[in-house]
Design a protein around this ligand. Structure first.
Ligand SMILES: C[S@@+](CC[C@H](N)C(=O)[O-])C[C@H]1O[C@@H](n2cnc3c(N)ncnc32)[C@H](O)[C@@H]1O
Length: 453
């Protein structure tokens, strides 16, 4: 599992498994910032978006197809990732995205490009050495525009510690020639859990990890410097770049009463009042991964401006149709609206997309409560933000080329882990059968709703 010298401890023997990461979408980043009372980057004249450690760029390329008004740059030091990403971009015919082959050390030493409004890092911060994290902080300090925001998805200490023994097993279990790479390690972890090893959290996390192929686990478990952080540790490392924690990237993570049983919610409430809320939230959820937004001077806004900006966003109801939507509904739907509010919300959403401002008025609730109902529905994903017709029209041409490239991939038997949705302005994860529907007439309702009909 040891990395070759140029990998600096990162496993570079096999390319990374592609994934679709919805939360990297600028619209979702903006929503979370706004809900937390921060002004998102201004986008009137277009915007610039970079991803550090973009892998094969699957999510970034989808975002570029959705945002012809944006300029996108992906960075990765694995030549195979760069070559794969460039081939996809060429096939899709996208002109607003570039992928550069560079290490974080090289970038930190090079003159910065024009400033970026958004910089994303997913599965990078806690996969690389302390030295590389310092390079990342230096890059962010020079690349992010004032008011810009960094999306950081990283291993969270609370749950990660629970999987330490699983990692140990993966490090030591033999790899048997001619057999799948981690067959012995997987069996050993199952045996460890069956024998009573590990906590409930470890068993829950392994249930998710076990579904992932060896190619993913090779990167997750094979990174020599793999570690996990608490949110304040990341904030401290980014402070010299004049950055600070702004909000969790996922709106759901802003609602303790949705996430936690009353006892844990009270624990978190007290901790938040004392200033260590994010750490307490990780303890309460036992999660092993976090997605956070760190601002570089993202201005605070008052309630009136917040209400005005949120009020302009178009939303609609979104009953689950795709596999990940059903999963999310199960995970997030436990603590829903009371029956009276649910009826008001449903009535206010009848007849198709509506702005949050009109929705709030239609519920008949006081303005602040109406807004809150929209945010709760958005957090639980039973309500979604949807792009207005003029934005859909601007996306039509680039998305057409992008879809043609996805269909070619399917025809070649290559995996397609998700699709850029013009309606949702994000890259949506798809199961293998769902992805196949992009080249057939299956799932017409789900695809039409995504703006792919
Ligand atoms: C776990 S993968 C995540 C890829 C992608 N962000 C995603 O979520 O699908 C980490 C990525 O960081 C890249 N990487 C690791 N160390 C790096 C370094 N020192 N310089 C540039 N890229 C690096 C790897 O090649 C890999 O593509």
């Amino acid at each position: 599992m040891a990395g070759t010298p140029w990998g600096g401890g990162y496993p570079v023997a096999t390319s990374y498994l592609e994934t679709a990461q919805p939360l990297q979408a600028p619209d979702l980043i903006d929503l979370s910032l706004l809900a937390a009372g921060h002004l998102p980057p201004r986008r009137e004249g277009g915007f610039r978006y970079a991803e550090l450690g973009c892998g094969t760029g699957f999510t970034l390329i989808g975002l570029a197809a959705l945002h012809p008004e944006g300029q996108f740059l992906g960075i990765d030091f694995m030549p195979e990732h760069v070559a794969r990403a460039r081939a996809f971009i060429a096939e899709a015919g996208l002109a607003n995205i570039e992928i550069a082959e560079a290490s974080f050390a090289e970038l930190a030493a090079a003159p910065p490009p024009a400033a970026f409004d958004y910089v994303a890092m997913h599965g990078v911060w806690t996969w690389v050495s302390a030295e590389n994290r310092a390079h990342l902080a230096a890059i962010l300090g020079r690349w992010l525009a004032p008011g810009g925001v960094c999306y950081n998805g990283y291993s969270a200490a609370a749950g990660w510690q629970e999987t330490a023994q699983i990692r140990r097993i993966f490090r030591e279990a033999p790899q048997i020639p001619g057999r799948p790479q981690f067959e012995a390690a997987r069996a050993a972890v199952d045996a460890w859990l069956a024998a009573g090893g590990g906590s409930e959290t470890a068993a829950r996390l392994w249930k998710k990890l076990a579904k992932l192929p060896d190619r993913y686990l090779a990167h997750d478990f094979g990174a020599e410097h793999a570690s996990a952080c608490w949110c304040p540790e990341v904030a401290a490392a980014l402070a010299p770049a004049k950055m600070g924690f702004a909000a969790p990237a996922d709106l759901f993570d802003q609602f303790d009463t949705l996430r936690f049983e009353p006892g844990w919610a009270e624990f978190v409430r007290r901790a938040a009042a004392e200033g260590w809320g994010e750490t307490a939230r990780d303890m309460a959820s036992g999660r092993g991964f976090r997605t956070d937004l760190f601002g570089r001077g993202t201005p605070r806004i008052g309630e009136a401006q917040q209400q005005d900006l949120l009020g302009r966003i178009a939303i609609r109801d979104w009953p689950p149709l795709l596999r990940h939507e059903t999963q999310e509904a199960e995970e997030r739907g436990k603590r829903g609206f009371g029956p009276e509010t649910a009826a008001k919300v449903a009535a206010a959403l009848e007849g198709g997309p509506v702005t949050i401002g009109s929705f709030a008025a239609r519920t008949g609730l006081p303005a602040r409560q109406g807004l809150q109902a929209a945010l709760l529905g958005l957090a639980r994903r039973e309500i979604r933000m949807v792009a207005p017709p003029e934005v859909l029209a601007a996306r039509a041409a680039p998305v057409k080329g992008y879809l043609a490239a996805l269909r070619s991939r399917l025809a070649r038997g290559e995996p397609v882990p998700g699709v850029a949705s013009p309606a949702l302005s994000q890259v949506v994860p798809l199961g293998a059968n769902e992805a196949a529907a992009l080249s057939s007439s299956c799932l017409p309702e789900a695809l039409a709703r995504l703006g792919l009909g």
